[in-house]
Design a protein around this ligand. Structure first.
Ligand SMILES: [Zn+2]
Length: 457
């Protein structure tokens, strides 16, 4: 780390946060301590935070008061993850329909309001209070810190476009000052043509970037561009991958373009960082002090906790958002819980073994059985022939069940690659008609994310 970086991290950043009235440093210091506690201690703390949240929600949030009254649950009865299961899962649709009744009518109220994108289902309006914002900030800094990130590193964000209207000038000036001080450079990742990627490489060189933080698939496009054109002339740059899944083949590309330190993080807009890889690179530690993360298998009205390694739906309780509580919220993602044994790093935080895409990306086999869309990222990295030729792919399942598999390739896709694809489909999606289509480009969606599996509904 450079002298400016060290100075900034040790002195300027703490003073800057104090000036902005944020308790970041104290909260971060506490999180740095709590991560080493035993799983049992961390779970006991979650129980205490849950009890306080539920008491607040019962007193101040009409939606939760009605729900608990209807089920005959008194607030003091919910004190652990096991108790929590007495409440139903809050789906995104239910949350959207509940609207303002999920907002707290007493202090603390929401100070930040947001809307999640509507790429799947209806957009969801939500908010959080100031205390929750501070938690989110500190949790993110801790997670990113596991791979050595420090505020003040010369950082390039290859990032999705802003999703809100441009803020007023005074706010923009504050954001610009904040970024300049921290030496952060933001580049919108929506356009990824030759000119745009060349410009990003120019920035990496000119600013001698020390860290890349990116939307995963945008970073993959950049890494591929660098590897194919042999543009790398820099030392290792650690990469933090956010917002989209990181597949095994992606990791290899990042390693060639930027070096071996590639970290997967997992979050969503509603609660921010849910889990993050540590330096052991063996699953993602969940943010236990701020969230209860369950992985649940649902079958009709029945539900049960997933077994370690078994894929299920991510269900989150945000322990510190009192402004608009999320209690047992299914955010639409699929994941598997990690090994129960303690991580080699020694932290007591529970782990996710993998984050496997979205429920909405679940395909249907010929007999109607669900097939997880993540299958395709495996197929395209299992097969050497496919990995060698196909740069990008996108699978669309149409209403009639048939598939269109779009391939963006270097030259022709050879017979061996087609044969590998056919064999995989025969095994997992037998009798589902499909056609492949060679395309010149697969552009990202408007939010900057690259959708790999689209199920038409
Ligand atoms: Zn670890």
């Amino acid at each position: 780390m450079s002298l400016y970086g060290r100075l900034f991290h040790a002195a300027v950043f703490p003073a800057w946060e104090r000036l902005r009235g944020r308790p970041t440093m104290a909260q971060l210091a506490e999180l740095e301590r709590s991560q080493w506690r035993s799983p049992a201690e961390l779970e006991a703390e979650q129980g205490r935070a849950l009890e306080a949240l539920v008491a607040h929600a019962y007193r101040n949030v009409p939606y939760y008061r009605q729900l608990m009254d209807a089920r005959g649950i008194a607030p003091g009865e919910l004190r652990s993850v096991a108790d929590l299961r007495r409440l139903p899962i809050l789906t995104r649709d239910v949350a959207a329909r509940a609207g303002e009744s999920r907002r707290s009518t007493g202090e603390p109220r929401c100070v930040v309001d947001k809307l999640t994108g509507g790429s799947t289902g209806a957009p969801l309006r939500f908010g959080f209070d100031l205390g929750s914002e501070h938690w989110r900030h500190a949790i993110k800094l801790r997670g990113w810190g596991w791979s050595g990130y420090r505020v003040g590193d010369r950082t390039l964000y290859f990032w999705g476009p802003a999703t809100t209207l441009p803020p007023p000038f005074s706010k923009r000036a504050k954001v610009a000052a904040d970024r300049a001080l921290k030496r952060e450079r933001y580049i919108d990742c929506t356009e990824r043509g030759e000119a745009e990627l060349s410009a990003v490489v120019g920035e990496i060189r000119a600013r001698r970037i020390e860290r890349l933080i990116c939307y995963t698939q945008a970073g993959v496009d950049l890494a591929r561009f660098i590897v194919e054109r042999r543009l790398r002339d820099w030392d290792d740059v650690p990469v933090l991958c956010c917002a989209e899944a990181l597949h095994p083949a992606d990791r290899r590309l990042f390693e060639q373009a930027f070096g071996p330190e590639v970290v997967e993080t997992y979050g969503c807009r509603e609660v921010m960082m849910i889990a993050c890889e540590c330096e052991a690179h063996d699953g993602l530690h969940t943010s236990m002090e701020n969230l209860i993360v369950e992985v649940v298998v649902r079958d009709g009205d029945e539900e049960r906790p997933a077994r370690p390694g078994e894929q299920g739906e991510v269900v989150i309780t945000d322990l510190h958002n009192y402004g608009m509580p999320f209690i047992r919220y299914a955010n639409g993602d699929l994941a598997a819980l990690g090994p129960e044994a303690r991580c080699r790093c020694g932290r007591g935080l529970a782990r996710l073994a993998s984050v496997d895409g979205r429920v909405a990306e679940t395909l249907r086999a010929a007999d109607g059985a669900p097939v997880c869309g993540i299958l395709f990222s495996r197929i395209f990295s299992w097969s050497d022939a496919l990995a060698r030729t196909v740069q990008k792919w996108q699978v669309v399942q149409h209403l009639d069940g048939s598939l269109t598999i779009k391939l963006m390739a270097r030259g022709d896709v050879d017979a061996e690659a087609h044969a590998d694809l056919r064999r995989s489909l025969e095994r997992y999606l037998k009798d589902v008609p499909y056609r492949t289509e060679l395309v010149g480009e697969i552009p990202p969606a408007k939010n900057g994310k690259q959708r790999t599996v689209i199920v038409e509904r």
